[in-house]
Design a protein around this ligand. Structure first.
Ligand SMILES: NC(=O)c1ccc[n+]([C@@H]2O[C@H](COP(=O)([O-])OP(=O)(O)OC[C@H]3O[C@@H](n4cnc5c(N)ncnc54)[C@H](OP(=O)(O)O)[C@@H]3O)[C@@H](O)[C@H]2O)c1
Length: 268
């Protein structure tokens, strides 16, 4: 059986990327080989996604030519020591390990292997992911195209220089938690106004989803959109007056700065 796609680690993010790959025409799950050291997880993903799974990452390094590296950053060194002897210039490794630079990956995985760094987010699992892509010098334009094609199956991609990755980590990598926090605050506000909790969550969530969908579809300028909803003297304008008089924008900026600084620290 020909192995075309490999994974080091078959956790949450790997499953999202697998779902993205599965959107490609002619995709055959039996050409995927995933290394997963948790036996229960290996069994479960093999059964549900009909992919092949091995407990030994070396099997993947030997067999696959494109490999997504999807173990946690703290497991990277041990994994790399194991697989490095099997990685050659014929292998493309796509790392999603947060904070691990191309230089670090190169040191750990060897000079020859072609590298692409990706910062994804959890929304991959709902096929609405956001991934930033940065190729190493030895990756080819065809490598970047191939990675983008796979990831576009589960959302959007953007190619950015590596110096942007701490900011990307803050904005779109950690972003789902920040938007969920906003949803939580909106829903709690709704409950304070007398709504049942589950209805308040639905109203907040669908409004967040619908707003993003509308903005994406229309390409509207954000300030024009806000003024369009907030007619003078109306309900939205009353709420926007409170928001604009608050520290909301600076709190959001400080939140992103803290996440970005932490990303830089973890990458050292
Ligand atoms: N979650 C996010 O929102 C997010 C966002 C952006 C980037 N990322 C990055 O995505 C990567 C994966 O995150 P995740 O949330 O998917 O992690 P996860 O669910 O913990 O999945 C990783 C899996 O790989 C297994 N593993 C570790 N070392 C292995 C080895 N040598 N051989 C085979 N399997 C091995 C782990 O087993 P054990 O549990 O036994 O270690 C675990 O089951 C991380 O590097 C993270 O930085 C995550």
């Amino acid at each position: 059986m020909k192995t075309t796609l490999g994974f080091f680690g078959a956790g949450k993010m790997a499953e999202g990327i697998l779902a993205a790959a599965a959107c490609q025409p002619g995709f055959d799950p039996q050409t995927v080989l995933m290394a997963e050291k948790v036996p229960a997880r290996a069994k479960e993903i093999a059964k549900r996604c009909r992919v092949r799974v091995t407990p030994d990452a070396k099997d993947v390094a030997r067999a696959a030519r494109v490999i997504f590296l999807a173990v946690r950053p703290q497991d990277l060194a041990a994994l790399a020591a194991d697989v490095k002897p099997f990685l050659t210039a014929k292998t493309l490794v796509v790392s999603i390990a947060a904070g691990k630079s191309l230089a670090t990956l190169r040191k750990l995985l060897g000079r020859d292997v072609r590298l692409v760094r990706v910062m994804p987010n959890l929304a991959l699992r709902a096929r609405e992911g956001m991934c930033a892509i940065c190729p190493a010098k030895n990756a080819t334009p065809a490598d970047v195209k191939r990675v983008a094609k796979i990831l576009n199956g589960a959302g959007r991609t953007v190619v950015l220089p590596e110096k942007c990755f701490d900011a990307v980590t803050a904005l779109s990598g950690s972003g789902p938690a920040f938007f969920a926090f906003m949803e939580q605050a909106m829903a709690a506000g709704g409950v304070k106004l007398g709504l049942p909790a589950d209805a308040a969550r639905l109203l907040a969530e669908q409004t967040m989803l619908g707003t993003a969908a509308y903005l994406r579809q229309s390409g509207a300028d954000l300030e024009t959109f806000i003024s369009g909803v907030a007619t003078p003297g109306g309900t939205t304008a009353a709420g926007m007056d409170v928001l604009r008089a608050s520290d909301f924008a600076s709190v959001v900026a400080a939140t992103l700065k803290a996440a970005s600084d932490r990303s830089a620290e973890l990458g050292k």
